[in-house]
Design a protein around this ligand. Structure first.
Ligand code: NDP
Length: 291
């Protein structure tokens, strides 16, 4: 059976480290602040925003949650972002996605001051990070990379396959692995011989949003599998069950190590959001970033 990669425990330890750094900042009179904006009533987004706010406070940062009605105009949302860009008590700004249809997500992301863009979605950060500079790295791929390096150490030369090419997970994940000197393949819905491509990978990262799509027979024996997917499956009992994009039962029989869902990548995403907020606060105060 594959070794379990415990993202929950890793995230808890990362939050402890962040809390220690925040305590040092308090001694210098600095309290990092994270502003989260939620537009509308999407139930999953409400849970994410609540968890983000709670964990922000737990590490000693200030949390500013702005809940706006579904009917909020783009102009009003942009005005709030502008206000937060100029607010010295706020070092990080996150706009919860998805946004209602009448609001253009790109326009909103472009309005955030890149120094405060803790999601790493602003084109300035995407550009810096893609060209090897110090742009903010999107939280979910950053969390995946931390788990991989903790499990495998040096990733240099490993053959990695990233299944999915979204701007928030797949593409930045491929870039990160390339920066770690992996040989990277990015697969997507038009990829031919997908199963064969997957079977060649020493490292398999799956972010497709298709419940349990990747089976054990797609996995190279001994490979390290990171399952980013979070899919809510309704059961006969009426209760929902969370599953990943990988069929855990069959995959765990073949893989060398695998993340569970829940308890794998999910907790790492919020911990990395706090890490990015800490980094933003240090940069904005011209302080060194701990390695
Ligand atoms: P998107 O829907 O934006 O992207 C999905 C990607 O998967 C696309 O590139 C698509 O290809 C590809 N894809 C879809 N179906 C297939 C298929 N049958 N075969 C091959 N490729 C396919 O999703 P996200 O990247 O936003 O999210 C992916 C998953 O990760 C979701 O389950 C989401 O809930 C989860 N997630 C989890 C997070 C966490 O914190 N753990 C954070 C963010 C997301 P194409 O481009 O060709 O359409």
């Amino acid at each position: 059976m594959a070794q379990l990669i415990d993202g929950k425990a890793f995230a808890a330890s990362l939050r402890n480290d962040i809390a220690e750094e925040v305590a040092k900042l308090h001694q210098q009179g600095i309290t990092p602040g994270l502003a989260v904006i939620l537009v509308g009533e999407d139930p999953a987004s409400q849970v994410y925003v609540r968890n983000k706010g709670k964990q922000t406070i737990e590490v000693g940062m200030s949390s500013f949650v702005h809940k706006l009605p579904e009917s909020t105009s783009q102009t009003d949302l942009l005005a709030l972002i502008n206000k937060l860009n100029n607010d010295n008590s706020v070092q990080g700004i996150l706009v919860q996605i998805p946004l209602p249809d009448h609001i253009d997500a790109d326009t909103v992301i472009n309005a955030i001051d890149p120094r405060k863009d803790v999601d790493g979605f602003h084109p300035v950060n995407v550009g810096r990070f893609s060209t090897g500079g110090n742009g903010t790295i999107p939280c979910t791929p950053l969390g995946c990379l931390m788990l991989l390096k903790d499990q495998l150490g040096d990733l240099s030369g490993a053959r990695a396959l990233v299944l999915g090419r979204s701007n928030i997970v797949g593409k930045p994940m491929s870039t990160l692995l390339l920066n770690e000197n992996c040989t990277v393949t990015t697969a997507h819905s038009r990829t031919k011989d997908l199963q064969e491509e997957c079977r060649r990978a020493d490292i398999l990262i799956v972010a497709v949003g298709r419940p349990e799509m990747v089976k054990g027979s797609w996995i190279k024996p001994g490979a390290t599998v990171i399952d980013v997917g979070i899919n809510r499956i309704e059961q006969d009992s009426g209760k929902a069950r969370l599953v990943g994009d990988v069929q855990f039962s069959s995959a765990a029989e073949v893989a060398g190590a695998i993340t569970p869902v829940p308890g794998g990548v999910g907790p790492m995403t919020i911990a990395c959001l706090l890490l990015n907020t800490l980094t933003a606060a240090l940069r904005q105060n011209d302080l060194p970033i701990p390695t």
